[in-house]
Design a protein around this ligand. Structure first.
Ligand code: MLC
Ligand code: AMP
Length: 517
């Protein structure tokens, strides 16, 4: 199924004015000969990546000329094969649906079903688990091993107006929504960052971020590949190992969420003086260190500056928009601020009446530009509601802008969105799962401020029945049903939840219960 041009005929968010001569990312990749990817198995050049992705695309196509936007979900840990599969899906004309290797089965099942993916591709070590999931969801199943060995056939010319990727994000609804990017919106997101942060083929990035979210996929991995740089992929974050990599390696860039910087700071503080010097020296050799996905506490920025000599470049973005606001690469970086719009991105503030605020003021951030996503997958109403006049995306984030046009993020308009360690968690989604617990009668989930995680997921519970539950047993039960970062890390038992006159739970009062403990 291809895009229906009529869908957006009455608004200006139409991506069809794009390059019809194939994918720009591919043209870029084919210009380079040097190392593209490094993983635990070895080093792979750009020609290796083109070859492997060509084979994956050939495998996916089988007898077809074009996948015509069929969804392909894949369960592959960060590494060369992950990248070959993503590119292979794009080259065959499919939509890539990356699955998180750390999610439990019910969450994977939701994504595979909701995305309507035709095929599930898995790394060989997950054959059993994913094979069963494919059977349960009625999806075809293959292993990446087979795909990367397929004989090459000729591939279709894929235009950039087509859907490229679906990333699932939690929001103000009780189930995650699929955010659909086109090749054109991905291209715009990459091009903006490559320009702003001056990526070149001489760059080398260590990427420790998960590869089912934008930060790891676009900002770190694909900006590198677009530029002919090298990207080392690490499956999962480990602060000690990252410091080891820094001191042994020759990286020029690093990008992470604030929680990762806190963890790195802790390891540095626990190291002996001579080791600390070596660690700090390694950071000093890099040209840029970036923080994002959640507010960077000024105290973390200052400690990191002492340790590394870098004033972290803080930027602001969202799965639906890519990156939107950023401190400058050159010039003064402002702690606690996200500064100004990135190249090609338009940012405004609106008040409660959706009136645009001029000059200095505080309001909700709205964003427009070729970087903005295309639609929520199979949710036309949600897509429509998310935009003003079909072109300005409402982020739900509140910011203050000063007279110089510098933005500072103040918070979110919804109390039901929690950011923990850079992951977005929907309180409503967690409540929905907790209500299935036989001992839980009522519950309210809130985000409570935390130095290391930004916010922690906490749950106030009204119990029914005679059996007792404790945090450990609830976490165990919950982890079988939802990703572990969504699982409450603190619980409180209450006789009843605080309600307002309308019968709605007063979430700030619930959060206050945890703060007063
Ligand atoms: C892990 N845990 C978390 C958690 N991550 N709990 C709450 N919030 C999180 N984010 C749980 C683990 O399951 C474990 O539970 C316990 O906390 C400790 O685990 P850990 O091993 O110490 O944590 P670790 O696996 O190292 O993960 C921490 C982390 C990770 C910070 C590396 O959370 C992470 O990769 N975050 C980045 C997320 C990201 O990329 N977001 C970008 C979204 S895109 P237990 O019970 O087993 O002990 C976006 C747009 C933009 O936001 O602007 O970029
Ligand atoms: P996600 O939906 O996972 O892409 O997360 C996007 C959200 O992360 C934004 O809507 C913001 O709430 C938050 N975010 C990203 N960067 C920053 C930042 N620098 N400061 C504060 N919040 C941020």
């Amino acid at each position: 199924m291809c895009l229906d041009r009529g869908d957006f005929a009455d608004n200006k968010r139409n991506p069809f004015n794009t390059n019809m001569s194939g994918l720009t990312i591919l043209k870029n990749l084919s210009r380079y000969k040097q190392t593209a990817i490094i993983d635990s198995e070895g080093e792979y050049s750009y020609p290796d990546l083109l070859d492997a992705s060509h084979r994956v695309a050939s495998y996916l196509l089988k007898d077809r000329e074009d996948l015509d936007e069929a969804g392909v979900s894949f369960f592959v840990p960060p590494g060369f094969e992950y990248v070959a599969v993503m590119l292979g899906i794009w080259r065959a004309g499919g939509i890539a649906v990356p699955l998180s290797v750390s999610h439990p089965d019910p969450e994977l099942e939701y994504v595979v079903k909701d995305s309507g993916a035709e095929l599930l591709l898995a790394a060989p070590q997950f054959n059993d688990r994913l094979g069963k999931l494919a059977e349960k969801t009625g999806t075809d199943f293959s292993t990446v091993e087979e795909a990367v060995q397929c004989k090459k056939i000729s591939l279709p010319l894929v235009s950039e107006d087509r859907r490229a990727m679906i990333i699932y994000t939690s929001g103000t609804t009780s189930t995650p929504k699929g955010v659909v990017s086109t090749h054109a919106s991905i291209r715009a997101q990459i091009a903006s960052l490559v320009k702003a942060w001056e990526w070149t083929s001489g760059d080398f990035i260590l990427n420790v971020l998960p590869l089912h979210h934008l930060h790891g996929i676009i900002n770190a991995l694909f900006c590198a590949l677009w530029s002919g740089a090298s990207c080392e992929l690490m499956p999962g974050f480990d602060a000690g190992r990252v410091w080891g990599k820094f001191t042994d390696g020759s990286y020029t860039l690093f990008m992470a969420v604030p929680t990762i910087y806190s963890r790195l700071i802790r390891v540095w503080q626990n190291a002996p003086p001579e080791k600390r010097e070596e660690m700090s020296g390694a950071c000093g050799r890099m040209r840029l260190m970036v923080s994002g996905s959640a507010a960077l506490p000024v105290s973390t920025l200052e400690k990191w500056k002492e340790i590394s000599g870098h004033v972290l470049l803080e930027r602001y973005g969202m799965t639906e928009t890519g990156m939107a606001l950023s401190n400058p690469l050159h010039g003064e970086r402002m702690p606690g601020h996200v500064c100004k719009p990135l190249p090609g991105v338009e940012v405004k503030l609106i008040d409660e009446n959706e009136t645009v605020i001029r000059g200095a003021g505080e309001g909700e951030i709205i964003i427009k530009g070729p970087n903005v996503f295309f639609e929520y997958w199979r949710k036309p109403d949600a897509t429509k509601e998310a935009f003003i006049n079909g072109e300005w995306f409402r982020t739900g984030d509140i910011a203050r802008r000063n007279k110089d046009g510098v933005y500072r993020i103040m918070g979110r308009s919804s109390v039901d969105i929690i950011k923990s360690g850079g992951y977005k968690v929907s309180a409503l989604e967690v409540e929905e799962v907790l209500r299935e617990h036989p001992q839980i009668e009522e519950c309210a989930v809130v985000g409570v401020e935390d130095e290391e995680w930004g916010e922690r997921v906490c749950a106030a519970l009204v119990l029914g029945g005679k059996k007792k539950i404790n945090l450990a047993s609830l976490r165990k039960w919950s982890k079988e049903r939802m990703a572990s970062y969504k699982v409450p890390s603190a619980i409180l038992f209450v006789d009843e939840l605080p309600h307002n006159q309308m019968g709605k739970v007063v979430k700030p009062e619930v959060a206050a219960l945890f703060n007063s403990q």
